[in-house]
Ligand binder design. Structure first.
Ligand SMILES: Cc1cc2nc3c(=O)[nH]c(=O)nc-3n(C[C@H](O)[C@H](O)[C@H](O)COP(=O)(O)OP(=O)(O)OC[C@H]3O[C@@H](n4cnc5c(N)ncnc54)[C@H](O)[C@@H]3O)c2cc1C
Length: 470
């Protein structure tokens, strides 16, 4: 058997990924390095007073930044980028309600251990833990689970500093409208400095990874989603197979089990197979199906915050849409058939997850139980030819784009997808009338420009009825 096929046995492993290095110059770039900018200033205030003074004196656009893990251009500016690295750690906690208030710049990987010591844990997490808390909630970062919400919906209060330097505490009783808008704000309302999160008691999770035919998984999807606390799968293009991951709570006295780290990134292996066998769809499919079926079950048990995050060694760009849950299976089948019939040059697995609904105004999960479908492309290949073919399918099935991932929607398209769109815009106008927190991307997706508030020219995409008046 050729050596490259043997390497397929690694396909479900993950390896440590280096985070973006701090810039030597004043330049900024995101994790995938597709986005970059040369801001006039990058600052990291150490106190509320310093932050308020910086906001009042900043000339030009101001963009708060987290860890730069968004794929959409929410951060780039030629004005000022503000880091919340001076606002980290636990500020306060309530053992009775199991709520904790953290500095907004705290990275997710710094939360698990201290929370554990306090007898608490996050209810859910996404694929990685490199994001800051504020960055994660600002785009509605999510994990998977039929009855588990995004991180933004676990927020029960937050502190927001506006352009005027005002410090506002917001929760359901104080500034309730600003709270609903700021739970998912795209960093367009001001700088979030502290976040209160509803947690639960610590828990052990058992992770199981196995392969199965896509059609079997889709046929049993409702049962699988009900029976597993967290479930997701990756469809492997040009095969009939998926890699399934389930997470379930283990008994408190269960033994800790960790798998040995893999030595080769599975994405490279899949891509090699695609390069070598891509000339014959039949052979490609047969080899992938054969090899993937032989995968053995992988099992791990550990504290939840150690089980959720995986490491992403290979840089990529990503588009993800959140669809009404019932549309998920049809959408994934159509994507599979499109890749196959149009012979799309793609080897990157396609991710399928579940997220519960919530009521944050700009949450892509607003008012509906959702499934999320994400497509990826290696960082050194232009993702747009692929994304441009898949995006209309995701839109056709009622998808709302992940705010932190690539999409081409403009204000008029987005206004139709969000029942509380105009309410959000009113709060934005009230808190930042001069549009200091806007950049080109935000102007395009929100349909407002700095100072003049004229709709961004690109925001006009057919129906402009819901756009704010210039
Ligand atoms: C490898 C990888 C894996 C990922 N996995 C997942 C996943 O499993 N699930 C998922 O949903 N997403 C995932 N993402 C996307 C990521 O979670 C989001 O894009 C998230 O917003 C990034 O957080 P960040 O700290 O890097 O913030 P940035 O990307 O730097 O900023 C994101 C937004 O937050 C705003 N912001 C940051 N700090 C503040 C603040 N203090 N006040 C106000 N606004 C602020 C910014 O202005 C911007 O609008 C992944 C991304 C990568 C690169």
């Amino acid at each position: 058997m050729p050596a490259f096929i043997k390497k397929l046995k690694n396909i479900f492993s993950h390896q440590a990924a280096p985070s973006p290095k701090p810039a030597d110059t004043n330049s900024w770039h995101n994790w995938s390095r597709r986005l970059s900018c040369e801001p006039a200033n990058q600052i990291a205030p150490q106190s509320l007073d310093e932050l308020a003074a910086a906001l009042k004196s900043a000339a030009g656009s101001i963009r708060p930044a987290g860890s730069g893990h968004s794929f959409s251009a929410l951060v780039p500016t030629d004005g000022t980028i503000i880091s919340l690295s001076g606002f980290t750690g636990i500020r306060d906690y309530n053992p009775e309600t199991r709520e904790v208030t953290l500095g907004a710049g705290t990275q997710l990987h710094d939360i698990g251990e201290p929370l554990h010591k306090l007898g608490m844990a996050l209810k859910n997490m996404g694929d990685i833990d490199k994001q800051t808390l504020a960055g994660a909630i600002s785009t509605s970062t999510h994990g998977t689970g039929a009855n588990l919400t995004s991180l933004s919906a676990s927020v029960t209060g937050l502190e927001l500093v506006t352009t005027s330097g005002a410090v506002l505490w917001c929760d359901k009783d104080h500034n309730p409208d600003i709270f609903r808008a700021a739970q998912v704000s795209l960093g367009a309302l001001g700088v979030v400095t502290a976040i209160r999160i509803k947690c639960q008691e610590p828990y052990l999770l058992e992770r199981r990874e196995y392969t199965a035919p896509l059609e079997d998984v889709l046929d049993n999807w409702e049962t699988l989603a009900k029976e597993n606390r967290n479930i997701e799968f990756f469809f492997l293009p040009y095969s009939d197979m998926v890699a399934v991951t389930t997470l379930n709570v283990a008994a408190p006295d269960a033994a800790i089990v960790r798998a040995a780290p893999e030595t080769k990134d599975p994405l490279e292996t899949l891509d090699s197979v695609h390069r070598w066998l891509g000339w014959s769809k039949k052979l490609h499919r047969a080899v992938l199906n054969h090899e993937v079926r032989k995968e053995k079950l992988k099992r791990e048990v550990d504290q939840s915050y150690k089980i959720y995050p995986t490491e992403r060694n290979t840089r990529f760009n990503e588009m993800e849409y959140h669809l009404p849950r019932e549309n998920g299976p049809a959408a994934i089948r159509e994507i599979r058939d499109t890749i196959y019939n149009q012979k799309l040059d793609i080897s990157f697995p396609i991710e399928f997850r579940l997220v519960d609904g919530d009521d944050a105004w700009l949450s892509p999960f607003y008012g509906r139980k959702s499934c999320s479908i994400a497509v990826h492309q290696f960082h050194d290949r232009d993702p747009m030819p692929y994304f441009n073919i898949i995006e209309p399918i995701l839109r056709k099935y009622g998808g709302r784009p992940h705010w932190g991932k690539q999409h081409t929607l403009k204000a008029a398209d987005l206004a139709e997808l969000y029942p509380r769109w105009n309410d959000f815009l009113k709060i934005r106008e009230q808190l930042d009338p001069e549009g200091k927190f806007l950049n080109a991307h935000l102007s395009k997706i929100l349909g407002v420009g700095p100072k003049t508030h004229a709709p961004h020219p690109e925001a006009k995409n057919g129906n402009t009825a819901n756009l704010p008046k210039p």
